[in-house]
Write a protein that binds this ligand. Structure first.
Ligand SMILES: [Mn+2]
Length: 361
């Protein structure tokens, strides 16, 4: 059942002290999933509620988030007893029950289940109650505004977790979901103790060197498709083994390739033993979530993903199926890269002609 924001506030307010509450994000958690879960758990615990952060997968938290307060408290579905029954199960940051992965049976066993999300909702809800606010840039931003509305006690850890969530889902405030309201909420988080430079350093500048070398491999494979409207690259399990880099450090690789000029969409394919995973991005003008839905995936207008239905599909097969759903430029050139290089040289030559002019920065 879909509920209003006011009804959600009442539900959260009514959770009694000592209630057993599981708070879970989605499979392969990103910064929003990790941040929104840790923030809500911390806020519930300040009210003496027995809240536990739960991973949807039987795995460990991804390495880039291990510095976050409360991360050691994460439990997994297999660590909980088979007959464990939570009073409340709160699912964050996904409209899709498939992304609850191994945690879905725990949600179904709970006395009451609740979804708090910022994705466009699917026709069917997988929990008893559901609230989705698609104007929030991140579930962590939504959690923050709810906690403020509830008047619950806040602290620097909660503010930092919501900040990480918002930083992550806005692509460091670059994506089209970044609004004036987002910055207003971020301003409140900073007032409550979040330190932007500290969070950015811990989140984005703690990679192993090998992760950079892996990025080099991915960048060298980038190529233009659909007449230059689409940029594409890929990564495989074999690459991860070769470079000795855990998959945790590959979350933002698609953002590296989408920086090429004039492209309207980016397609990044991760090949793994579990089957191919496709990530899609745009600047918001083209709706990549529609392309994702055509293959059973989902997401937002500027960012979407697909767990590819045919686990044995090759990259070529995936692109053949997917590219007709993405933007296309008409072009006479058979070699897009040569065309791009040619254009770059013209710019360099024009620049040399102008080299006698004083450069003022
Ligand atoms: Mn999110």
């Amino acid at each position: 059942m879909d509920i209003t924001r006011e009804e959600l506030v009442d539900v959260l307010q009514s959770i009694p002290a000592r209630a057993q509450v599981l708070v879970c994000g989605h499979t392969r958690p990103d910064g929003d999933s990790m941040g929104s879960v840790l923030a809500l758990v911390a806020a519930l615990r300040l009210r003496d509620i027995d809240a536990r952060p739960l991973l949807a997968d039987n795995a460990t938290p991804p390495a880039p988030y291990l510095w976050m307060a409360g991360v050691d408290d994460f439990t997994t579905p297999e660590e909980l007893a088979q007959d464990y029954q939570a009073d409340f199960f709160i699912a964050l940051d996904t409209p899709d029950p498939k992304r609850m992965a191994e945690a879905l049976p725990l949600l179904q066993e709970a006395t009451q289940s609740l979804i708090i999300d910022h994705h466009p909702p699917l026709p069917e809800s997988y929990a008893d109650l559901r609230f989705a606010d698609i104007t929030s840039a991140a579930t962590g931003e939504l959690v923050w505004s709810l906690l403020c509305q509830l008047g619950w006690q806040l602290n620097a850890d909660i503010a930092t977790a919501c900040y990480v969530a918002t930083l992550s889902d806005t692509g460091s405030f670059q994506f089209s979901n970044t609004t004036k309201t987002t910055f207003a909420h971020v301003s409140e988080m900073i007032d409550a103790g979040a330190v932007p430079a500290d969070a950015a350093l811990k989140l984005y500048s703690q990679k192993p060197l090998a992760a950079l070398h892996l990025e080099g491999r991915v960048l060298s494979r980038a190529k233009l498709l659909n007449g230059g409207a689409v940029i594409h690259s890929y990564l495989s399990d074999a690459d991860l083994h070769e470079f000795g880099v855990p998959i945790d450090y590959t979350e933002n690789l698609i953002d590296l390739i989408r920086s090429v000029r004039d492209t309207d969409a980016a397609v990044f394919i991760t090949e793994s033993s579990k089957g191919p995973r496709v990530s899609l991005r745009s600047d918001g003008r083209f709706d990549v979530s529609a392309a994702a839905r055509a293959f059973g995936g989902g997401g937002h207008r500027p960012a979407a993903g697909i767990t590819w239905p045919d686990k044995a599909a090759s990259i070529e097969q995936i692109l053949d199926a997917l590219l007709p759903h993405l933007p296309h430029f008409a072009t006479d050139s058979a070699d897009l890269e040569a065309q791009e290089t040619d254009r770059e040289w013209k710019l360099v030559e024009a620049d040399e002609d102008a080299s006698d002019q004083t450069l003022i920065i």
